[in-house]
Ligand binder design. Structure first.
Ligand SMILES: [Zn+2]
Length: 189
């Protein structure tokens, strides 16, 4: 759910996209948005990150060289341990500022100034708030999340083995046979 706090035109909701048209932002009138995201998955499908709750607060203002975006993100997410697969909890809390440039970097552009690192080059004068939220969350989660200690992974492994053993025992033809024999023996005696 998006709460639009500033003057100007409300971002268009196209399916799951929440597109802010940057051209609608007037000089000297920063646009402010508060986005409460609903539960969803993001990140690499092989190691999906599940966002349980999250909020993005952002201000976008017209700037000499493009637009200036400040953001604040709070989120509770879960991602699988890359070693044992158990879901780990993460709390994301980050804030920052970056420039949005509509002018593409020249070919062979080399990033030399540290300030260049905080510029995002957009192909179209629009920004999808939900995508922006997801990208920032992904940056905050380690690429290969892991339990802090190997004992925890080990514990999860033994849990998995335990469950597998149980299901194996239940579905094994021998267990069916042995229960039959048991009941036969039971009826004879
Ligand atoms: Zn683990």
């Amino acid at each position: 759910m998006l709460r639009f706090v500033s003057p100007g035109r409300e971002p268009a909701e196209k399916g799951t996209d929440l597109l802010v048209q940057l051209k609608d932002i007037e000089k000297g009138k920063p646009a402010r948005y508060v986005l409460d995201v609903s539960t969803h998955l993001c990140g690499d499908p092989a190691f999906p990150i599940e966002v349980a709750t999250g909020q993005l607060k952002t201000t976008i203002e017209d700037h000499r060289d493009g637009y200036l975006l400040s953001y604040q993100i709070e989120a509770k997410v879960q991602a699988p341990c890359s070693s044992c697969g158990e879901l780990l909890d993460f709390v994301v809390s980050s804030q920052g500022r970056l420039g949005l440039s509509l002018v593409q970097p020249e070919e062979g552009h080399v990033v030399l100034k540290p300030s260049d690192l905080d510029v995002r080059f957009l192909e179209e004068p629009q920004l999808d708030l939900q995508h922006f939220f997801d990208e920032q969350v992904e940056l905050e989660i380690p690429q290969f999340p892991r339990h802090g200690d190997e004992d925890a992974c080990q514990r999860h492994y033994s849990e998995i083995l335990e469950t597998e053993k149980k299901t194996d025992e239940e579905s094994s033809p021998f267990s069916v046979l042995s229960s039959l024999l048991e009941s036969e023996n039971g009826s004879k005696s």
